[in-house]
Design a binder for this molecule. Structure first.
Ligand code: GSH
Length: 216
């Protein structure tokens, strides 16, 4: 199987996780951010992640990919149906702030989807109507970081286990980990002890890299 992704894409991290967690080999190909032609030829729109199945057909939508792989590969399904409404609420809160911190940083981190200037320009243009300019976002870093740190303090007490936020692997991990992982690109964020242990453990288990070493 082959997975088409962007390194910064949280939805792609969801799909990458299920392969890593179940130790299923998958070829990963990073598309350039301004490459519309490839995804459109596969699924009819410019969107990642895209899974190319063993029969050659293409599947979009991160959660469909997670479910397909969990149900059909690598033995029994590993995702239980335990869920936490408190974690779901904190995910929503994080999502109010994370893109404004992350997007201006992504384009400076040598990610493979941004290896050409036209790919960067395309990404910047795609965000122009959705958020303040990247310079303005960077200027708001302190306030955004303090909002995230407040949410982290609430999340810290909800992480039951470093390898599964609810104690057993579940969809909550597939939803939560990618958001926390992407926030590791923000240098001045303070990750409380349990969140940091969770990040490091799940990163290792799911074979998804963190951004601490290139945080800005
Ligand atoms: N519902 C989709 C959302 C995927 C998504 O929004 N992917 C973004 C990248 S993070 C994308 O491909 N956007 C189009 C673009 O970059 O032009 C899923 O869960 O897979």
């Amino acid at each position: 199987m082959k997975l088409y992704i962007y390194e910064h894409c949280p939805f792609c991290v969801r799909a990458r996780m299920i392969f890593g967690l179940k130790n299923i080999p998958v070829e990963q190909q990073v598309l350039l951010s301004d490459d519309s032609k490839s995804p459109i030829s596969m699924i009819g729109e410019k969107m990642v992640p895209i899974l190319q199945k063993d029969d050659g057909s293409f599947m979009p939508e991160s959660l469909d990919i997670v479910d397909y792989v969990d149900q059909n590969y690598g033995g029994k399904p590993i995702l239980t149906d335990v869920s936490s409404s408190e974690i779901a609420e904190l995910i929503k809160q994080l999502q109010q702030y994370d893109y404004r911190l992350e997007c201006p940083r992504y384009v400076k981190m040598n990610l493979l989807e941004f290896t050409t200037q036209s790919a960067i320009n395309d990404f910047v243009a795609s965000k122009a109507n959705k958020m303040p300019s990247f310079d303005d976002c960077l200027a708001q870093s302190d306030i955004l970081i303090s909002e995230i740190n407040n949410i982290f303090n609430k999340l810290e007490s909800l992480i039951i286990c470093p390898n599964a936020c609810n104690g057993r692997l579940s969809l909550d991990d597939i939803l939560l980990f990618p958001i926390l992982r992407n926030l590791t690109c923000v240098k001045d964020l303070i990750f409380p002890t349990k969140i940091k242990a969770y990040l490091q453990t799940v990163a290792k288990q799911s074979k998804v890299d963190l951004f601490f070493d290139r945080a800005i």
